[in-house]
Design a protein around this ligand. Sequence first.
Ligand code: C5P
Length: 307
Amino acid sequence: MRVPAKINLHLSVGPLMESGYHEIVTVFQAISLFDEITIRYWEENISLLNKTVIDISARGTFANGVPLDDTNLAVKAARFFFERCKIETPTKLSIDIKKEIPIAGGLAGGSADAAGVLLGLDNLFSTGLNKAELEELAAELGSDVPFSLSGGVAIGRSRGEELTPVLVRGNYHWVLAIAHQGLSTPVVYSECDRLRSGLVISPPTLNQNLISALASGDLYNLGNALSNDLQAAAFSLKPALKLILEVGKDNGALGGLVSGSGPTVAFLVLDEESAIDLAVALTASGVVAGVTRATGPVHGAQVISSF
Ligand code: C5P
């Protein structure tokens, strides 16, 4: 399975709900930065075990730091799938992740892997779940997992899991500034609450200018309309992010923002040439750990081969 990263072009954060989540309105775009998930399973005579043994391995650029145990969302997704689909489970399952999406980067890397596992197991076990059923399972695993399945561009409401596709014209070029160390999503949301304590928080809203810019393919308006309510919290936790944004804007970006809970900063640029120029400038500035270029929108999770 090949599953894309996402960026949030817009993230409006409303009040904290009783569930512990914040009501949000976000606009996701899937971009051409992919994890690859390979799943194998087999039966072994180890019937004393009452639970499927799941081996998880990771390779690729961001393999370091991938949890190789049951805390990995990909492993949770596999157990959850077997439990919910009530299918006879194999004795052994292996999940290999080629990790090209940074971890804890605000790019839904963990969600991508979970989405890949759901799609892969549905395919391997011919469960034949339809899109809505898969998305329902996905939503229980995490707020961003349904979008990792669907891809494209979509508005996410509620926790982010209720999706509405968005009409988009054109193909967008992005430059991503990758940080040395990730940020934890719950920590960033808590910091957002702390910064807003004492204020009356309005329900989240959608920026219609952004939707119009996407519909017409107007890059300049899109660049101006990018916004993220979690950005101040990400800046508070990682002040260097402000400098990264400045470097981007001084070097040709049409707009830039922290993606989701960060710390990855996504810059919209005019075309491939501008993307290369900005990538070079960011690298030379020494303020980023790494730079990647990507385009979007792309498809969500896809089976790329099965045996
Ligand atoms: O859904 P997911 O497990 O990815 O969310 C991780 C954490 O991020 C939640 O436990 C919550 O603290 C925070 N979150 C939130 N509001 C959202 C989405 C996530 O507060 N809409």
